[in-house]
Design a protein around this ligand. Structure first.
Ligand code: ARG
Length: 455
């Protein structure tokens, strides 16, 4: 495989630790695409004759067909996807196949293949995230004014609408898509033609291969081109943050479907039963989405650790870039699909949500705001007075809107009947018309705007 220099074969252990074909076969389509671009350029530059180029081109196409048809035999002794394809090409078209590797090294080859793969994955993730956003927007449009508790510290804070809560996730996923888009922009330079590390004496046209592969430009420095894996790191970093966001939603689904909350229900499509407790319906999909960040963060840590302190340029260490990235990408795609599926599947329970929104004097802030607006109190003073009213309501076992006027006036003489207007859940929600607030009219407008911005 490495020509005249070697006579004895590698030990079994050497072969086992060295071979990457078990996982980098996943790059077959990118490898063939890169080879076509390189070959076209070699021909255009007069480095390979038209006759030879035609023969190699036909062979590459046949290799591609064999792989697609599942007829290709991947051989561990040929180490990786690049050598497997090249060896089969030689079987098919003879020694002329060897001209393909002119002005190229596996170092720029693998860097190119892997970039193309990550770029495709970014595009797939972006489409999946857009679909998840669509699911959240659909749920918002179905429930723009359904009251539910808005929590801080998982304690009732102020009432919000179910739609408003859904739209919070649309924003998170929108930022995630932005991070992937940023990563894609930086990724989109072609390493092809950097050769082993120093460039090549052949009169190659790097602009031509870059354009053929959809890259914006060739990478400017040949050493950086073969040693850079930032594109994979950035993909994993963006993926890890996305997975964190999905896990927050998943945790809410776990809570919301529990008997103690019963805010929403999931159908058979996204739940499982227990083998011993017949009554159970477990939110396994949500729990697994909640667990996925470990894999994404683990993959990021694994790759960052591989690259840390690695001297320029290529080191075989870098072969360890692929497995965590592949695995993380698969987990991420599955987690996004599961999250979107659960959003579409879940049915809110309006009665439960509304009742939960009433618990714990959630309109106390509205009362304090009323004292500020109607009696001209400084907010801190209004906060103290409201606290006393809450304590009085608790002593009597009443909700704030049920506290009689004389009891209120005993705490603050200026209070009159009109205070009750602001104490209902619906009034509290409807009043929050500030930009980004939870008023149903805002939520409807924000859902429409989100469609414009993201879909
Ligand atoms: N399988 C290798 C990898 O994934 C391809 C590059 C090998 N280059 C080399 N100089 N041995 O990194």
């Amino acid at each position: 495989m490495w020509g005249g220099r070697f006579s004895g074969g590698p030990s079994d252990i050497m072969a086992a630790i060295n071979a990457s074909i078990g996982f980098d076969r996943r790059l077959h389509a990118q490898d063939i695409r890169g080879s076509h671009a390189h070959l076209d350029m070699l021909e255009a530059a007069g480095i390979v004759s038209a006759t030879d180029a035609a023969a190699i081109r036909g062979g590459l196409d046949r290799v591609g067909q064999e792989i697609a048809a599942g007829r290709f035999v991947f051989k561990p002794e040929l180490e990786d996807i690049h050598m497997n394809i090249e060896a089969r090409l030689a079987e098919l078209v003879g020694p002329v196949a060897g001209r393909l590797h002119t002005a190229r090294s596996r170092n720029d080859q693998v860097a190119t293949d892997f970039r193309l793969w990550v770029r495709e994955e970014i595009d797939a993730v972006d489409a999946a995230l857009a679909d998840a956003q669509a699911a959240f927007i659909e749920k918002t449009e179905a429930w723009p004014d359904l009251p539910m508790p808005g929590f801080t510290h998982l304690q009732n804070g102020q009432p919000v609408t179910f739609g408003h809560h859904m739209l919070a996730y649309v924003e998170m996923l929108g930022r995630d898509r932005g991070r992937f888009a940023d990563a894609r922009r930086r990724l989109n330079e072609s390493p092809l033609g950097a050769a082993a590390l120093a460039g090549t004496p052949f009169p190659i046209e790097r602009e031509m291969t870059a354009a053929a592969l959809g890259f914006d430009r060739p990478a400017a420095n040949s050493m950086d081109a073969v040693s850079d894996r930032d594109f994979a790191l950035e993909f994993l970093a963006a993926g890890a943050i996305t997975a964190l966001h999905l896990s927050r939603f998943a945790e809410e689904v776990v809570l919301w479907t529990s008997a103690q909350f019963r805010f929403v229900s999931l159908s058979d499509a996204f739940t499982t039963g227990s083998s011993i407790m017949p009554q159970k319906r477990n939110p396994d999909a949500a729990e697994l989405v909640r667990a996925k960040p470990g894999r994404l963060l683990g993959a990021f840590t694994a790759l960052a650790t591989v690259l840390k302190g690695l001297p320029l340029t290529y080191g075989k260490d870098m072969q360890e870039d692929k497995e965590p990235t592949f695995e993380a990408a698969d987990s991420l795609m599955l987690a996004i699909a599961a999250a979107a599926g659960m959003v579409r599947d879940m049915e809110p329970d309006p009665g439960r949500l509304r009742a939960a929104a009433e618990v714990g004097h959630p309109t106390a802030t509205d009362l304090a705001d009323w004292l500020v607006r109607r009696l001209g109190m400084p907010f801190r003073e209004a906060h103290r007075v409201t606290g006393e009213l809450v304590a009085e309501a608790d002593r009597r076992g009443l909700a704030l809107p049920q506290l009689p006027l004389d009891a209120m006036q005993a705490v603050e003489a200026g209070i009159d009947e009109s205070v009750y207007d602001v104490l209902s859940i619906e009034r509290s929600i409807a009043a929050r018309t500030s930009y980004g607030g939870t008023a149903p009219e805002n939520v409807r407008r924000a859902a429409a705007a989100a469609r414009e911005r993201f879909l």
